[in-house]
Design a protein around this ligand. Structure first.
Ligand SMILES: *Cc1c(COP(=O)(O)O)cnc(C)c1O
Length: 442
């Protein structure tokens, strides 16, 4: 190995072309999709693959009911609509998440509010939750971020005391557990995404689970125009009882996801093995803070994220500058690396301008109380700090293995033993990140 950093003209440690993309597609997946085409049935409420996926996912989670839908965002929206959330209501989620955990409330004309995160797990901090609850609050959406479940017991406790609905955003946590319980099964409903990046991939798609028959019946109406179905004859009667959308999944992605599901546990085990391999090695490199997994939880490592601490690394630089410099150096060594969310969700323009439906300011203008709501980023100091110093190390998904992870460790060791050189290149014009093809997208 050459000690000269790639950023300074040396040889990169990793040949980026050797990093394999996600999802892992096998002959079984091809056969599953072809079976749909051969059957001639490509859509419909009782189409066998969509219904089969619902049964299989409910069984996997140990849930009574499951609905498949066309996205994780749709699953979240269906859940809120089914729970009767509407204009004038407030819905609380985590400040560090993907926008959809919050915009699903706006889709139902309700108002999202945010709670800061626990600085070690990056999930909603339950000790800060009650301060955000008021008489308008109707629901809490904890997010199992990056594959680690939120601290559900205190959240469920608080929800119970205030009579609030809990809907889990488990879009990044297929198969993760909290005190032995599967992510998505602890609240009234749990939403999952099947988009191409996620641990369970259908290309696009979503899943909603619940043990509550009433909620699932309502969510099912919302999924398809609000159209009532004649229970006995199982046909649509073209009489909408409530407002609904068109959120059905399709047979082809459902067949693909169903085939992938057979290998989900195996995929998650590979993610954990690769991630734990990195974590073990990173413990010996001052300045890298690997993911923290409390003993009562299992992590499914949707993304492998680390924090970078200039002080511990012996570098006199602000966290953002240090993080960006390390990203550039690691990226030049051949590893796709870079941030996912770059700011807490409430810092996004949508919440700063409140231009939800254009100039009207609706739904914040629904009443005088809601008009007063503003989103001050300083209310979420831990999420803000995280967005300065965290980054995602890409390529830890299967079929990549610990041979590649050994190269990753070698790369970080090389970069962290040349931090003066790294900082000398801090302002180089390099855009770190990853190619969408790494996750089967384009
Ligand atoms: C992916 C994701 C969603 C939305 O899923 P889509 O299928 O892309 O609509 C929602 N919440 C979180 C936390 C996600 O990561």
């Amino acid at each position: 190995m050459s000690d000269k950093l790639a950023i300074a003209g040396g040889t990169p440690v990793v040949d980026t072309k050797t990093i394999k993309s996600w999802p892992v597609i096998t002959q079984d997946d091809r056969d599953a999709v072809l079976r749909v085409l051969d059957s001639g049935i490509v859509a419909g409420g009782t189409a066998p693959e969509a219904v089969g996926l619902e049964k299989d996912w409910a069984a996997y989670c140990g849930s009574k009911y499951c609905l498949t839908t066309n996205s994780g965002t749709a699953a979240l929206h269906m859940a809120l609509a089914a729970a009767g959330i509407g204009p004038g209501d407030e819905v609380i989620t985590s400040a560090f998440t993907f926008l959809a955990s919050a915009s699903c409330a706006l889709h139902q004309n309700a108002i999202p509010r945010f709670v800061d995160i626990d600085p070690r797990t990056y999930t909603m901090d339950p000790s800060k939750l009650e301060a955000v609850i008021n008489e308008r609050t109707k629901a809490i959406i904890p997010v199992h971020i990056q594959g680690i479940p939120a601290d559900m017991d205190p959240i469920l406790d608080i929800a119970k005391r205030h009579d609030l609905v809990v809907i889990e955003d488990a879009c990044q946590a297929h198969g993760a557990t909290y005190k032995g319980k599967k992510a998505g099964t602890m609240g009234l409903m749990g939403a999952f995404s099947l988009n191409c990046l996620k641990n369970l991939c259908g290309g696009e798609g979503g899943l909603l689970i619940s043990d509550d028959e009433y909620s699932i019946k309502k969510a099912s109406l919302v999924r398809m125009f609000g159209d009532e179905v004649d229970d006995e004859r199982q046909i649509r009667v073209y009489n909408a009882s409530i407002l609904g959308w068109m959120y059905r999944n399709q047979e082809l992605p459902a067949a693909f996801a169903r085939s992938q599901l057979k290998r989900l546990d195996q995929f998650n085990a590979t993610r954990a093995k690769n991630s734990e391999y990195l974590t073990e090695a990173f413990k010996d490199i001052p300045g890298i803070i690997p993911p923290y997994v409390p003993e009562d939880r299992t992590h499914v490592y949707f993304f492998y994220i680390i924090r970078l601490d200039p002080k511990a690394a012996g570098v006199d630089a602000p966290p953002r500058k240090f993080r960006e410099a390390v990203e550039k150096a690691i990226f030049k060594e051949g590893i796709p690396i870079g941030q996912w969310q770059t700011m807490p969700v409430p810092a996004q323009d949508l919440f700063q301008t409140k231009y939800g439906y254009g100039k009207t300011g609706f739904p914040w203008t629904y009443n005088e109380e809601l008009k007063k709501i503003t989103y001050n980023v300083n209310d979420y100091p831990e999420a803000q700090k995280l967005c300065e110093d965290y980054t995602v190390v890409h390529g830890t998904h299967p079929p990549n293995d610990t041979d590649l992870m050994a190269k990753y460790v070698e790369t970080f060791q090389k970069v962290f033993s040349n931090l003066d050189e790294v900082m000398a290149h801090a302002d180089d014009d390099i855009q770190a990140g990853f190619s969408p093809t790494l996750y089967g997208a384009s």
